[in-house]
Design a protein around this ligand. Structure first.
Ligand code: SF4
Length: 441
């Protein structure tokens, strides 16, 4: 029997700017913000479901627990994003000095496997479901490779998914429990590598598997707020409507990432409310028209920009909160972007906001461009948090971007605005009750 540790390393979740960290961590009324950034590591509990039944598995989230380095593990598996990777390498070094086999996966190792291989014994560069069966076989035969890599065109057929081992999360007081129903994205935004890594089409789990996962979450965490951690949960309209109808009796409270086009589908909005949707996260990216130019491959966001306000109002009229994500400091942004963003957020009564700065993550179009223009300020990955400025902005100084970001949060999370948002939420709750009480159409 092997003893395995699955480790989610601590990162610099809210950046290294102390004033901003203090503000984000200590300000009241930001529960929705913190919930989005402190969920479990779904990748780790998913690969746990692929392990032989007799392996003893422990899940350790370093944000909540210290890592027991001397617990006698045979294998340590770490999954890390770029902002966690420097810490992940430190953890690996400490386990290697104890002769524990270290396996590193996640998005950073997938994009930069050679760098990861300088640290870990084994690197998983691709989707875990595709790669782990081979590693398990090789562990048994004693023929372990350095890098396991899936072919670019090889994607895990999501319609035969494994159920993550949610029971491993017990003992952690996560504000949300995540579930993934799709992988892949056609938009290929310049600052994101989802399309490159997971493919440009959406792959979706079948409804029976999704319902099975929801039941599993409900069994272990009866009061959980479920976050559908997809890039766009509601993209397959017909299958989603069927799913939401089946979710109704489960009485789950859920939130999800999606886009403004849901506002065009009244039947969908109704089903969302009835099935327990509380709020949705929408990546508006920018309220500056020029900055949306070429942000995604087909200018989908630019084309939908004129309809942003009407779409938000429509979604809210169904009693669903809209949480917006924005980037400030894009190449066409000068310092006026801060006021424009603040005005937009206030005017539209957004339930919560997540405002970040452009970050040239490895594997992105943005990184290539910034390298070409010699504008990358640091290659220390621990600064790649989305809140730390890592590229030279084009139309403002670094200090202006840092101050502007902090002031935006300070101006948007005042006691008065938090109270206003609560009043608005009460109005939304009234709308929800009206819709839930109405007969099915
Ligand atoms: S940011 Fe969102 S929409 Fe853009 S490519 Fe990434 S996942 Fe897709």
């Amino acid at each position: 029997m092997k003893k395995i540790a699955l480790i989610s390393p601590k990162g610099n979740a809210f950046g290294k700017n102390e004033k901003l960290i203090r503000f984000l961590n200590e300000t009241g009324g930001m529960d929705s913000f913190r919930a989005l950034w402190t969920g479990p590591n779904l990748g780790l509990i998913t690969i746990a479901a692929l392990f032989p039944a007799d392996w003893k598995v422990e899940y350790i989230d370093e944000n909540y627990r210290d890592i027991p380095y001397n617990a006698g593990y045979d294998i340590v598996c770490i999954s890390a994003m770029t902002q966690q990777i420097v810490n992940a390498y430190r953890i690996i070094d400490r386990f290697k000095s104890r002769h524990v086999l270290t396996v590193l996966g996640g998005i950073h190792a997938t994009v930069l496997p050679e760098e990861a291989a300088e640290h870990a014994d084994v690197v998983m560069a691709g989707e875990g479901e595709l790669l782990w069966p081979q590693l398990i076989q090789d562990l048994e035969s004693g023929n372990v490779q350095k890098i396991y890599r899936s072919r670019p065109e090889e994607k895990y057929p999501f319609d035969h998914s494994v159920t993550p081992r949610y029971e491993l999360l017990q003992g952690y007081n996560y504000p949300v429990i995540t579930l993934q129903t799709t992988r892949g994205c056609p938009h290929n935004c310049s600052f994101c590598c989802a399309s490159k890594i997971f493919g440009s089409g959406y792959r979706r789990k079948n409804n029976a598997d999704i319902l099975n996962e929801l039941a599993c979450i409900q069994k272990h965490f009866p009061d959980a707020l479920v976050l559908f951690a997809d890039d766009n949960f509601l993209v397959h309209r017909s299958a989603c409507k069927n799913l939401l109808r089946e979710m109704e009796p489960m009485q789950i409270r859920w939130i999800a990432q999606t886009d403004v086009s849901i506002a065009d589908d009244d039947a969908l909005l109704r089903e969302m409310v009835r099935s327990g949707c509380q709020w949705v996260v929408i990546g508006f990216e920018s309220v500056h028209f020029d900055s949306l130019q070429n942000l995604d491959q087909k200018n989908w966001k630019l084309r939908h920009f004129p309809g942003y306000q009407a779409a938000i109002a429509k979604i809210q009229s169904y009693g669903i909160g809209v949480y917006g994500t924005f980037i400030v400091g894009l190449d066409e942004d000068d310092v006026s972007v801060f006021q424009m963003t603040e005005n937009f957020i206030k005017k539209n009564y957004l339930y919560g906001v997540n405002i970040t700065v452009p970050t040239p993550l490895p594997g992105t179009v943005l990184r290539k461009k910034m390298q070409h223009e010699n504008r990358i300020l640091t290659n220390d990955w621990s600064y790649y948090t989305f809140w730390d400025v890592t590229i030279q902005p084009k139309k403002m100084q670094v200090s202006q971007l840092e101050k502007g970001l902090l002031h935006l949060y300070e101006n948007l999370y005042t006691d008065t605005l938090i109270a206003q948002r609560l009043t608005h939420m009460k109005k939304l709750a009234k709308n929800r009750r009206r819709i839930i009480g109405a007969p099915h159409q």
